[in-house]
Write a protein that binds this ligand. Sequence first.
Ligand SMILES: NC(=O)c1ccc[n+]([C@@H]2O[C@H](COP(=O)([O-])OP(=O)(O)OC[C@H]3O[C@@H](n4cnc5c(N)ncnc54)[C@H](O)[C@@H]3O)[C@@H](O)[C@H]2O)c1
Length: 316
Amino acid sequence: VVIGDSNTSRLFGRGIARALKPSAERVTSLEFPAGERSKTRRTKERIEDAMLEAGAGRDACVVAVGGGVVTDLAGYVAATYMRGLPLINVATTVLAQVDAAIGGKTGVNTPLGKNLVGAFHPATAVVLHTRALGSLPLREIRSGLAEAIKNAFIADRKLFEELERCEALPGRIPQDLLFRCAKVKERVAAADPLDRGRRQILNFGHTAGHAIESALRYRIPHGYAVAAGMAVEGALARVPGLDRLLALLRRVGLPTGPPCDFETAASALRFDKKRSGGAIRCALPLDIGRMDESDGTWLREVSRRDFRAAWERARK
Ligand SMILES: NC(=O)c1ccc[n+]([C@@H]2O[C@H](COP(=O)([O-])OP(=O)(O)OC[C@H]3O[C@@H](n4cnc5c(N)ncnc54)[C@H](O)[C@@H]3O)[C@@H](O)[C@H]2O)c1
């Protein structure tokens, strides 16, 4: 069952379905309207009903073709349909290639928040459809590059330095660099598949980033918010190499400070999933390629005062 959104089905899904025909007993193609607003239980139900009508059984396989919206949603379908089907993610955005398609988190949004219902269901295979990036708008490429840069910054100093030296960014991303950014995500997720500890390091920039997204009512691409969030949290950590991180973000056309003031975003912080017992918790870097373990939780509690001060430093 090849699942894509209205863009990725047209651009890639149909071709993939055709290519699969000779080797599969039957190929069913399903699509839903592109966009985050489709990532709902309702869409999941529709896809499941269409699969049932098409007679997909326990021997079926889901092939998700698209960005993170498709891999999250189709992945969640694969996790629960007939109690679980194998999943192949064909990632067609930078964000999906270095992040969303890898690591097994699948799910949908609810009216109360993003990704609140879902399951762990790792893909059997993840294909980085690098040629697909040719049709991806620059804004989407930049947004994905924020996560790629984050992956390098938190866990692979050498890779970060290669990204710094890569003059082709953001227009062209060399395949090997993209692959290595994806590998960081794979390694970190594989070491902590259920998100109980070290995997938190992937959330560098995301505490502030989520607050920014929420304050701007999701009118800013996720990666742009994460880039701004890394500027805040990097300032909070007073990490050596922050100037280099900001220089790289600036060069690829990403924000290097929060686009709104602290108070506007502060109310949104109340809903951050990483908050426990009223404190703000952040995954903070110690240096390029090295994150703060914080007694094994990989998250540091931060006072509102310190968080605000870092926010204001980053906004200057
Ligand atoms: N599961 C995880 O671990 C994880 C991690 C990070 C993000 N996510 C999720 O990923 C989602 C965002 O993913 P995204 O940024 O890939 O967004 P997306 O899937 O909405 O794709 C962005 C847009 O680009 C279009 N598109 C995709 N590939 C294209 C191509 N090659 N050429 C032209 N257009 C193309 C899509 O149709 C869509 O309109 C969010 O829902 C987020 O929650 C999940």
